[in-house]
Write a protein that binds this ligand. Structure first.
Ligand SMILES: Nc1ncnc2c1ncn2[C@@H]1O[C@H](COP(=O)(O)OP(=O)(O)O)[C@@H](O)[C@H]1O
Ligand SMILES: [Mg+2]
Length: 250
């Protein structure tokens, strides 16, 4: 790989295929995805439910392995890593955000966010200091000791964003981060992710089935039946209220 490619392309997916075997049935979730993600961009994957978005996320995030094909992250070929190396990449290079927040409900905001740093080997007091800093960055400096049940859905997602960022990842993967939020709160979360991308210089890859959630995107990739159907850069796609999955609603 040349130096120039290393600087520009942070995720390189080639021929990524995933077949789930369920008894006698084979489900072709991904049918050969080729995709380059540029360092520092906000890339949205748009596609209807069942089109393979989460499956693709699992491959890029090192949470599952493709049946065929390969994913390179930051010049590192995920297929060649053993479980321990993959765990290191997940802990230090990636941040994950999910539709249902996935917070630990018995832990405070601060404790939830400190956890990845403790897993990375830091002392609890240093981990808590770093967690408090990043919670302030996402606008939750006044909610450090609240439990998830004591804050709103949008605030829970902000805690999850802080948790995704606390180990200073180079890539954040957000799988339908606005799926459980109302339109206004969803837009706030998207705008926050867009701001964090610029401020922290991270790459954001997000999945959505909602055209209204594309405002912060630099690139949009349409995924259909496990294939990348179309790629559009900023200015080449429209963010239209009243459209879903690219189709105008009557
Ligand atoms: N663990 C699994 N085992 C079997 N089939 C799965 C599994 N995960 C997803 N699928 C199937 O793969 C296809 C793609 O699913 P998914 O990636 O979750 O789509 P999306 O996130 O776009 O809704 C669907 O047909 C789904 O039912
Ligand atoms: Mg999904």
């Amino acid at each position: 790989m040349t130096t120039e490619q290393k600087e520009d392309i942070i995720v390189k997916a080639r021929g990524v295929t995933k077949v789930y075997t369920m008894g006698a049935e084979k489900i072709h979730a991904l049918r050969g995805i080729d995709l380059d993600v540029r360092r520092g961009e906000y890339l949205s994957i748009l596609g209807p439910s069942g089109s393979g978005k989460s499956t693709f996320f699992n491959m890029v995030g090192g949470l599952d392995r493709p049946t065929e094909g390969n994913v390179e992250v930051d010049g590192c070929c995920l297929r060649e890593l053993n479980q321990k190396q993959l765990a290191w990449v997940r802990c230090h290079k990636m941040g994950y955000i999910f539709q249902s927040f996935n917070l630990i409900m018995t832990m405070t905001a601060l404790e939830n966010v400190a956890l990845p740093r403790i897993f990375a080997g830091e002392s609890p007091s240093e981990a808590r200091d770093a967690a408090a800093d990043i919670l302030k960055t996402v606008g939750l400096g006044h909610r450090l000791t609240h439990l998830p049940s004591q804050v709103s859905g949008g605030q829970q997602q902000r805690i999850a964003i802080a948790r995704a960022l606390v180990n200073k990842p180079s890539i954040v993967l957000a799988d339908e981060p606005t799926g459980n939020l109302d339109l206004h709160t969803g837009e706030e979360i998207i705008n926050l992710l867009g701001e964090l991308k610029s401020k922290l210089g991270i790459t954001i890859i997000t999945a959505t089935h909602d055209m209204k959630m594309l405002s912060a995107s630099d690139t949009v990739v349409w995924i259909k039946d496990g294939r990348a159907d179309r790629v559009a850069r900023k200015g080449e796609f429209e963010i239209a209220i009243g459209t879903i999955d690219g189709k105008t609603l009557a």
